[in-house]
Design a protein around this ligand. Structure first.
Ligand code: NI
Length: 170
């Protein structure tokens, strides 16, 4: 297992759409293990393959609070969703930004495990929200895109100022 580096905004690779997993082999299993190790090392609750520069439709979550219950979703699809809520989100690929996003607070998801077996699960609360956030990553979308126009504008200006300071220092 290995802890992988996480791509950060505005890296254009975060904007690519990930591809369906068709090959449930040792390489996929290695990616899954690395994603889980990387997630636990960061202390986050969710991580998707494109964030570690891999374009397979794979995401992991762990809501246990003590890194004891990693969950894997390969080729996840939302089958149905329920009531919407305004929730606060952040992202390992967008350090320093917290913002409110509208998400379904309950949903039913179908996915595959690392052997390719299909399963369905009902998720609610933060688990449902996190799954939608990670699923966005597989589509090349970031939670920044879902923020209000003003919040997005402020964020872009701050990011540009940071990049400018970085290039002045170099
Ligand atoms: Ni994220």
């Amino acid at each position: 297992m290995a802890r992988l580096p996480i791509l950060e905004y505005p890296d254009p690779r975060l904007r690519l759409r990930s591809q369906e997993v068709e090959c449930f082999d040792a390489d996929l299993s290695r990616l899954v293990d690395d994603l889980i190790e990387t997630l636990h090392a960061t202390g986050g609750i969710g991580l998707s393959a494109p964030q570690v520069d891999d374009r397979r439709r794979v995401l992991v979550m762990d809501h246990s609070g003590d890194a004891s219950r990693p969950e894997l979703f390969v080729n996840p699809v939302i089958l149905a969703d329920g009531a919407l809520g305004l929730v606060e989100e952040s992202c390992l690929s967008v350090p320093g930004l917290v913002g409110n996003v509208i998400r379904a607070t309950e949903l039913r998801v179908r996915a595959q495990d690392r052997e390719g077996a299909c399963f369905e699960r009902d998720l609610s609360g933060m688990e449902a929200v996190c799954l939608q956030h990670e699923l966005d990553h597989l589509e090349g979308r970031l939670f920044v895109d879902r923020l209000s126009f003003l919040k997005r504008l402020r964020f872009r200006m701050a990011a540009r100022a940071r990049a400018q300071r970085g290039s002045d220092a170099a």
